[in-house]
Write a protein that binds this ligand. Sequence first.
Ligand SMILES: [Zn+2]
Length: 65
Amino acid sequence: MFVTARRPCDECRRQKKGCSKDDGGCVACKVKGMASSFHSSPKRRTETHILERVQTVCIYTFLFT
Ligand SMILES: [Zn+2]
């Protein structure tokens, strides 16, 4: 399951709302009928995303040149 540091879930952080920080779903998310997600920090996610894109570009470059 989640390794949860006590921090707001992604949805509450995005909307800058207070999060009840419950494991698996805070009050705000339960009201919406969805589970809270606690992903890695946005910074790390962005870095991973960029890395994936760079790899994709490299593959295409390799295939089509
Ligand atoms: Zn929340």
